[in-house]
Ligand binder design. Structure first.
Ligand SMILES: [Zn+2]
Length: 346
């Protein structure tokens, strides 16, 4: 199922550029060194400077881009608060750098702060459980060796966080420059992802929860292998539809700003329900999680595909665990310790 027609009121900006969304709200197109080559960050005018929402990955390009923005765009004005939607490196990477530079407050949900600190401290010790997790998913020896050889990158992409932060809570209103921004917390992409909604300005900062041209990665994490993040992600889409008016301009973390929030939410849910139907038909015969890539993603993903294989495996498991929780799929393990999934009923 294709995406719906959405309205994109701005041209696609250059990487590293700054665009005014409305007076007092700026859009930074921060470069990323991946196929998804940018992340969108937001600056909101505050009484005594600017609040930044999300920060980019910690690397030389991000540092140079921030130096340019601080000098040429903010012209020496202060950053008053750093808000981070969630703990992924492209969002949180430069947060510690900015907080240190401006001696300002870091605001994020407790789950995301603790999750990030745990990963920064415990990443090495998590390798063994990751290898077991991907072995059960059906990865071969080549893919498991690649995982071990390329492991431990998170720390290099995230500047150390400050040791204190101020927790964001679901439903909380944050006053920024005379306008209330409501925190809307969701699950599925990460454990406690924060979106920000300003009814007065008709703006909705959706982070990675709602994206216009791509779908959010929703993955089962290796340290919580029986979890059901897809259920949480879909519940959050319904929650946003209940809480946020359709008249907003959506400011997403990837792609471009768009109008048509409710149409996109319905579209994302429809895509997901169709995928469940296709998957259930495919699971008339027992399959491993690596066997369902073609069915879910419409393309082949091989054991040499590195990070793409990791994301596809996590997302396949998110779909399979959802169907297990809803009683429509059973899991069993073979004598090699690999998990197989089969539909119990169609
Ligand atoms: Zn993310």
């Amino acid at each position: 199922m294709s995406t719906v027609d959405l309205e994109y009121p701005f041209q696609k900006p250059e990487r590293g550029s700054v665009t005014e969304v409305i007076p007092g709200v700026l859009w930074i197109r921060m470069p990323l060194p991946f196929r998804l080559d940018h992340v969108n960050l937001w600056l909101i005018r505050d009484d005594n400077g600017w609040v930044v929402v999300d920060t980019g990955m910690f690397n030389d390009v991000a540092e140079a881009t921030w130096e340019m923005i601080l000098h040429d765009v903010l012209k020496g004005e202060q950053i008053t608060t750093v808000i981070v939607t969630h703990m992924h490196a492209d969002h949180i990477g430069m947060a510690g750098w900015l907080v240190k530079r401006f001696n300002c407050q870091l605001r994020m949900t407790g789950g995301e702060y603790r999750g990030c600190q745990d990963l920064l401290m415990l990443e090495e010790t998590m390798l063994a459980e990751k290898v077991g997790f991907y072995h059960r998913a059906g990865w071969n020896q080549e893919a498991l060796s690649n995982l071990q050889n390329n492991y431990g990158a998170f720390k290099s992409m995230v500047h150390p966080l400050p040791s204190t932060f101020r927790q964001l809570a679901d439903g909380e209103q944050i006053l920024i420059g005379g306008n209330d921004w409501q925190v809307i917390v969701g699950q599925g992409h990460t454990v406690e992802h924060a979106c920000l909604y300003c009814q007065q300005l008709k703006l909705f900062i959706s982070g990675d929860q709602v994206l216009p041209r791509i779908t959010s990665n929703v993955s089962v994490p290796s340290h919580n292998p029986e979890s059901n993040p897809m259920g949480g992600w879909m519940m959050t889409l319904y929650k946003i539809k209940r809480m946020v008016f359709d008249n907003v301009l959506v400011l997403p973390a990837h792609n471009e700003c768009f109008n048509g929030l409710h149409a996109r939410l319905e579209n994302l849910l429809n895509i997901q329900y169709h995928l469940f139907s296709d998957l259930l038909l495919f699971l008339r015969l027992p399959r491993r999680s690596i066997d369902v890539f073609q069915c879910l993603f419409g393309r082949e993903i091989t054991m040499s595909d590195g990070i793409l294989l990791t994301m596809a495996t996590g997302e396949s498991l998110a779909n399979l665990n959802y169907l297990i929780v809803s009683g429509r799929v059973m899991k069993s393990q073979d004598s090699f310790g690999v998990d197989w999934y089969q539909a119990t009923r169609l």
